[in-house]
Design a protein around this ligand. Structure first.
Ligand SMILES: *Cc1c(COP(=O)(O)O)cnc(C)c1O
Length: 358
């Protein structure tokens, strides 16, 4: 790794006190990674103290939303050391998101330098209890100060990190969102961009007022088949088989989704990726043939769904949490925390850095 380590990093790390209560994504690690791209040319990365950014008020990101991000975790592994889970998938997805917004891809080597450097220097900040982790947030944005509508000529890439507790949303009450869409057909649904989240917030505010937790988004083209949640993919267990919506351009391809599909097949659950009609799904829940449903993503891993609300009606899966969700969650966490073997080669160990050696 050929990155510059600011000498002030050691001081920042020494002065950092881990609060008793972490929450999720609330406490920021005292260092961050930074790299700049000017006219398509990336400068070498730097590890620097965590600090506010100086942005020109005319920076394109603030007006035209040229920005994308990733969410991933560094885990404390049984037997010592710290590991990243399939980081190359996040690098590839960020390149895809960047391309969609006409931004230069962060080269995989630079992305890996960033997540590895932050993890290596913050290894002592990876909390130790099962389910806890160092949550990593890489992000890229267009910084050129220019109000004309065109792609920025300059970009900044950062990796920040947050020592976090296990994220337990509990049993989720989903609201079937039949009005709004989080992403348009031909839009940015399969890219991890902040705009998708902004577009989801009004729906979430409405459903919270009605006692629900999350929107279940339908496909923006047909408004009839299930896409996903705002930040998690969707699974249903139907007659003992695992069903998940097939990727269709508006669904974000989750690394957790992909990993659960592999794990489920390994555990001999049949998996079907298909279009799932919402009315058919609700009927299957009603009749008890859909025994359980859950959402998945890096933050929560697997979150059981306890209720589907649709207009005035509620549909309740027989089991929440159900046995399939619990088994898959445990199997994935066992790999991520090094208690089980790693048959798919998903974990990448990170060598711990000693900041006092600089
Ligand atoms: C990030 C995200 C997911 C989950 O992806 P993971 O890689 O599993 O964390 C699912 N849906 C949306 C819309 C997302 O932004």
């Amino acid at each position: 790794m050929s990155i510059y380590i600011d000498p002030a990093v050691a001081t920042s790390l020494r002065g950092f006190e881990m609060p008793e209560k972490l929450g999720f994504g609330k406490v920021m690690a005292p260092v961050m990674f930074r790299a700049v791209c000017q006219d398509g040319c990336w400068s070498p990365g730097q590890l620097v103290p965590y600090a506010p950014l100086a942005l020109d008020p005319a920076a394109k990101v603030l007006h035209y939303a040229q920005s994308c991000f990733e969410g991933m975790k560094a885990y404390r592994m049984q037997g010592g050391g710290v590991g990243l889970f399939r980081p190359e998938r996040n690098a590839a997805r960020m390149a895809h998101s960047a391309e969609r917004l006409c931004m230069p891809a962060v080269p995989e080597s630079l992305f890996m330098d960033g997540v590895r450097a932050v993890t290596a220097y913050c290894a002592n900040l990876v909390p130790a209890n099962s389910g806890e982790s160092l949550y990593l947030r890489p992000f890229l944005m267009g910084t050129q100060p220019d109000l004309s509508v065109s792609a920025s000529s300059s970009y900044e890439f950062y990796v920040i990190a947050s020592p976090s507790e296990a994220y337990h949303p509990g049993n989720m009450r989903l609201w079937v969102e039949r009005e709004d869409s989080r992403a348009a057909l031909g839009g940015t649904g399969d890219s991890k961009v902040g705009g998708n989240y902004a577009a989801s917030l009004q729906s979430i505010a409405r459903l919270k007022a009605r006692g629900y937790d999350q929107s279940l988004w339908l496909n923006p083209g047909n408004r009839r088949t299930v896409d996903e949640l705002s930040g998690m993919n969707f699974f249903a267990v139907i007659n003992g088989e695992l069903h998940t919506p097939a990727l269709n351009g508006s669904i974000l391809e989750g690394v957790t989704r992909d990993s659960l599909i592999d794990l489920a097949r390994e555990l001999d659950y049949p998996v079907r990726e298909r279009e799932i009609d919402i009315d058919e799904l609700l009927e299957l829940v009603q009749s008890g043939r859909c025994e359980e449903a859950f959402a998945c993503g890096t933050a929560a891993i697997v979150s059981p769904i306890s209720v589907f609300g649709d207009g005035e009606r509620e549909y309740t899966p027989a089991q929440a949490p159900g046995p399939v969700a619990q088994r898959l969650r445990a199997a994935l966490l066992d790999i991520q925390e090094g208690r089980a073997g790693d048959p798919f080669g998903w974990m990448q160990a990170v060598e711990v850095a000693d900041p006092s050696e600089r």
